[in-house]
Ligand binder design. Structure first.
Ligand code: GLA
Length: 388
């Protein structure tokens, strides 16, 4: 056991007493390099799994209860295991856990009475998918040795978020938490659910900068965007009945609806169709080692999210504008759902320290907040850490 495993075991013991058998499962957060708000439109995304992760420590509870304790929040939730399907959401972190347990039962898996301690190094509200990390680590822990196809695991965790938490999210976060790869990004086709591993150029690093803010607007705006994209599809379908989602629409095809479609759905669809095309171009540029092109695509993605999709905020825009003017920076954009959280910055290897100092200084001066800045180290997807 390394230091953190010992910390986890000790934390578990302090809360639940010494267990006879204890297992630890890990599921990572993610940073999405490009392809934002495209997953629920069945398009393309290109995230990397991070070395920041949620750990779920599990042991049998020995009674009829299913308990979970968050080491970060020092808060507990518990349910009678046999009644889990009747449990009601409490609109807090525990819903991720309860939602996963429910979905397992609905999928025909027995959930054994268990004590679970979760501890996460993914900062909450940072847009780095702390919720999917909880869902996937807990699902792994509850499954134990029972097999489940990785894709089914990702889908089950997404259902937990859709059905119990009530977020109509796409599949990206749960998928990358399961399928993450060391030293590579994963391009996901959110329709076929197949993926392609994309090696990243070694001459650049991806660095996340946290705005340290999360505006409340986020959840309701997300729902609106899902609905606005559906409205755009409905207009297009009147002319092209074969179109099922914005995935089937190119920027060129969409342009023919200018003046026909209402301006707002038009703007949203323009972002999504352009963003899908940017993912493809980004992969091609990455393969060709064209760092300048990759950087330009990142900035184009940000501008589209800012102006057409309208999910950015002052703090994110400031960070992108600041980064874009710094030496050694190829490009930057917001990452995740928006309205706060992190930017992802593509920085020349060797220029990272200077970048960090300059961004931190500028952000501090402008907003009086010190941003957390950390390198994105592409890491493996979910798995068991250790068994005792
Ligand atoms: C959130 C959702 C994802 C995805 C992103 C935006 O992270 O959970 O499914 O839609 O926003 O790209």
């Amino acid at each position: 056991m390394d230091g953190s495993s010992r910390f986890l075991a000790q934390s578990f013991q302090e809360r639940f007493g010494a267990p006879s058998a204890l297992r630890v499962f890990r599921a990572p957060g993610r940073v999405n390099l490009i392809g934002e708000h495209t997953d629920y439109n069945l398009g393309f995304v290109m995230p990397v799994a991070l070395d920041l992760a949620c750990f779920a420590v599990i042991a049998p509870s020995g009674d009829d209860r299913f308990r979970v304790f968050s080491r970060n929040l020092e808060q507990a939730r518990e349910w009678v295991t046999a009644d889990i399907l009747k449990a009601q959401p409490a609109h807090d972190w525990g819903d991720y856990v309860m939602g996963v347990a429910k979905e397992l039962v609905l999928a025909g898996y027995e959930v054994a009475p268990s004590n679970i301690l979760i501890y996460s190094t993914v900062p909450v509200g940072s847009g780095l998918s702390s919720s999917a990390a909880i869902e996937v680590s807990v699902a792994k822990a509850l499954l134990g040795d029972r097999p489940m196809l990785p894709l089914d695991l990702a889908k089950l965790c997404r259902r937990a978020e859709n059905n119990t938490v009530g977020m109509p999210c796409g599949i990206m976060d749960q998928y990358i938490s399961v399928f993450g790869r060391e030293r590579a990004a994963v391009k996901i086709d959110c329709r076929s659910l197949e993926n392609e591993i994309v090696a990243l150029p070694s001459a650049a690093e991806f660095v996340a900068v946290n705005t340290m803010v999360k505006h409340e607007l986020g959840a309701s705006a997300y729902r609106h965007r899902v609905a606005e994209c559906a409205a755009a599809v409905a207009v297009i379908q009147a002319k092209h009945p074969q179109v099922e989602s914005l995935r089937d629409v190119s920027s060129e095809m969409l342009a023919r609806f200018e003046g026909v479609m209402e301006p707002v759905p038009m703007q949203r669809a323009r972002h999504v169709t352009g963003e899908d095309e940017r993912v493809e171009a980004f992969v091609a540029a990455s393969r060709a080692g064209d760092l300048e092109k990759m950087g330009k695509l990142l900035v184009a993605s940000h501008r589209s999210l800012q102006k057409d999709y309208e999910v950015s905020c002052e703090e994110l825009d400031f960070l992108v504008d600041t980064a874009s003017g710094l030496p050694g920076v190829y490009g930057a954009r917001m990452t995740g759902g928006g309205f706060g959280g992190c930017t992802v910055n593509m920085v020349r290897s060797g220029a990272v320290l200077r970048f960090q100092a300059a961004v931190s200084d500028a952000y501090q001066k402008r907003f009086g907040l010190t941003p957390d800045i950390f390198p994105c180290r592409p890491s493996a997807g979910a798995g068991e850490v250790s068994a005792s």
